[in-house]
Design a protein around this ligand. Structure first.
Ligand code: PLP
Length: 450
């Protein structure tokens, strides 16, 4: 019998609802706090930033939230995404492990980010919003929202972290082609950006700074809302189409994963894959080993503190209870720009704090090594962020080889790396650096929280 490699679902198997883990969480989530008063936030406090439909999703405890028709219709452009068995990688590793990956890099923008960009643009449009401001780290989120803005007729302004802006000019051009305007962050367009540039004229920026600029841009204008590509509950929710599809596809493959892996920046592709599986566990099903993989240069889950902190550097965004390295901590300019965030999704943080998931951190050089091995066996060039998941999958497959265990590994390949070739060039020419964990900087940044 020919063994199958790709497990494909028909269009009618695109999920009809998103899965909301809040319905099944064994421990309740702490409420977000107002950044000024430190009092719990109500829906009205968030209304200047988000449409009410998203605010209600943020606080909902309904298990299933219906996906609106126009959003599901837009999903047909790239969903369901394939589940692929990495047979060639398994062979190269000579492992008894079975390695499956869910491939989100076939979306038009190149990653999982359109799964939430489309509904966010849709709900804003429904509320009559004509302009959205946002940040982008890797450029993947900015590209996804720029494309969704074009789809629903919304103007998009993107504050792109300067390190990525310099590393990836083609991401900027892609966003501009979709019709967005893009500025390097920190920028002179906002007071937050100007204040940082006054102190650090060469600042490489960070997601925390870019979020401050986008939030400031939003609150200064009546026609503008803010949109975040990760961290918040509604973003985790939208990404669960990934995990729901993967459950059906693993059934097609006739296997169940022992280990579920994804990289984690703000937590959304991790949540997207893992939450539907964890929900089954919480409702009485079997347990899985679930691992979030983050960079050694920004290891919030593995080395951060679980506490209330601001989502952004200038303390304009709500405070949430999460694993954090401190809102003014600026990670080194590693090439996985989408993982350079000081905090982590409150839902993912809560699961880690309560022992339902694990986390590990890895240096960028071994990640690129894994990414290159993956490209040479499976042909797909992974995004630098996604190589973190590949590194962990390979490590576990190699452990399985030692122990002779036939582990089933499922990981999320969150995006392709076609716009990240300068980072591959740096790796191939031996110029890529690893940065030691910045213990002192994190200690200082954590001392500023409060
Ligand atoms: C390809 C890719 N994977 C992962 C991430 C990390 O984000 P998250 O943790 O929200 O999935 C990003 C962020 O930009 C990304 O572009």
């Amino acid at each position: 019998m020919v063994e199958r490699t790709r497990f494909m679902l028909d269009e009618d198997k695109i999920p009809r609802s998103w899965y909301n883990i809040a319905a099944d969480l064994p421990v309740p989530q702490a409420p977000p706090l107002h950044p000024g008063t430190h009092q719990p936030l109500g829906p009205a406090d968030l209304a200047p930033l988000f449409p009410m439909a998203l605010i209600m999703q943020e606080v909902s405890t309904e298990r299933e939230i219906e996906i609106p028709g126009p959003v599901r219709d837009a999903y047909t452009l790239f969903r369901p995404s394939p589940l692929i068995r990495a047979r060639r990688l398994e062979k190269a590793l000579d492992t008894p492990a079975h390695i499956y990956f869910k491939y989100e890099g076939l979306s038009p923008a190149g990653s999982h980010k359109p799964n939430t960009a489309i509904p966010q643009a849709f709900y804003n449009k429904e509320e009559g919003i004509t302009r959205i401001a946002t940040e982008t780290g890797a450029g993947q989120w900015g590209s996804a929202l720029a494309a969704a803005g074009a789809m629903f007729g919304i103007e998009i302004k993107v504050y792109m972290v300067r390190a990525s802006y310099n590393q990836k000019p083609y991401r900027r051009i892609l966003m501009e082609t979709y019709g967005a305007s893009v500025v390097a962050s920190p920028s002179m367009d906002t007071a937050a950006g100007r204040a940082i540039l006054a102190q650090h004229p060469d600042s490489s920026g960070s997601l925390g700074i870019a979020i401050s600029e986008a939030v400031e841009d939003t609150v200064m204008r009546d026609d503008t809302h803010y949109s975040l590509g990760s961290v918040l509950n509604h973003v985790m929710l939208h990404q669960t189409v990934i995990g729901q599809e993967s459950i059906l596809q693993m059934e097609m493959a006739g296997e169940e994963p022992d280990v579920i892996i994804a990289c984690a920046g703000g937590g959304s592709n991790f949540a997207g894959l893992a939450f539907p599986w964890l929900g089954r566990t919480f409702r009485g099903g079997r347990k899985y080993q679930v691992i979030a993989v983050e960079p050694e240069a920004a290891p919030s889950l593995t080395r951060g503190t679980y506490m209330y902190d601001y989502g952004d550097t200038a303390k304009m965004a709500p405070m949430v209870k999460m694993f954090t390295l401190g809102h003014d901590f600026i990670p080194e300019p590693i090439h996985a720009g989408g993982l350079r965030y000081h905090g982590m999704s409150p839902q993912v943080s809560l699961l880690k704090e309560n022992g339902f998931i694990e986390a590990r951190s890895v240096h960028q050089v071994p990640c690129f090594e894994a990414g290159v091995q993956f490209a040479r066996t499976e042909m797909i060039l992974p995004a630098p962020e996604s190589t973190h998941a590949i590194r962990a999958a390979i490590d576990i497959a190699l452990e399985a080889k030692k122990s002779g265990e036939k582990k089933v590994i499922l990981f999320n390949l969150s995006g392709h790396g076609h716009f990240d070739l300068s980072s591959y060039e740096a790796y191939l020419s031996g110029k890529l650096e690893d940065y030691e964990y910045p213990a002192k900087e994190v200690e200082e940044a954590l001392a500023h929280v409060g």
